[in-house]
Design a binder for this molecule. Structure first.
Ligand SMILES: [Zn+2]
Length: 114
C-alpha cells in the first residue's frame, strides 16, 4: 500500500487498457477521492501479475483537495473486480464481456434451446 507522497510519485502512471500475460484486460479504472468523492484523479500504481488475478497497488491523487487515496485493486480471471481503499476488500461490478462475445453467447444459448 502507498504510505506517503514519495511512494505515490515512485509508482508509474498507468496507461489503459492494461493487458496481462494471463489474458486479462483492465479497460479503465476509477478510484474516487476518499475525501471529496471527486472522480478527476490521476492514478499511479504498480502492476502485479498473480496466478488468478492482476493486482494494482497504488494511489489516486485528487487535484482539488491535494489528497492521495491509496488503493489496491484486483481483477480475477472470472472477471470479478475487488477494490480495497479502507483496508477492506469490496466487490465492484464485473467487467462486461465485449459485445461480440456477448452476442455469440446469446446465439449459443438460442441454438441450444432450439
Ligand atoms: Zn478530493
Amino acid at each position: 500500500m502507498i504510505k506517503n507522497v514519495d511512494d505515490y510519485f515512485k509508482s508509474p502512471i498507468l496507461k489503459f487498457p492494461i493487458k496481462s500475460d494471463i489474458g486479462l484486460t483492465i479497460p479503465q479504472l476509477h478510484v474516487k477521492c476518499y475525501k471529496c468523492r471527486g472522480k478527476n484523479v490521476s492514478i499511479r500504481a504498480n502492476i502485479y501479475e498473480r496466478k488468478r488475478c492482476i493486482e494494482l497497488i497504488g494511489g489516486s491523487a485528487c487535484p482539488k483537495c491535494k489528497m492521495i487515496t491509496p488503493f489496491k485493486y484486483r481483477l480475477y480471471t472470472d472477471r470479478r473486480q475487488m477494490l480495497n481503499i479502507t483496508g477492506r476488500w469490496i466487490t465492484v461490478n464485473p467487467i462486461k464481456k465485449p459485445l461480440r462475445i456477448r452476442i455469440l453467447d446469446f446465439l449459443k444459448k438460442i441454438f441450444y434451446i432450439i
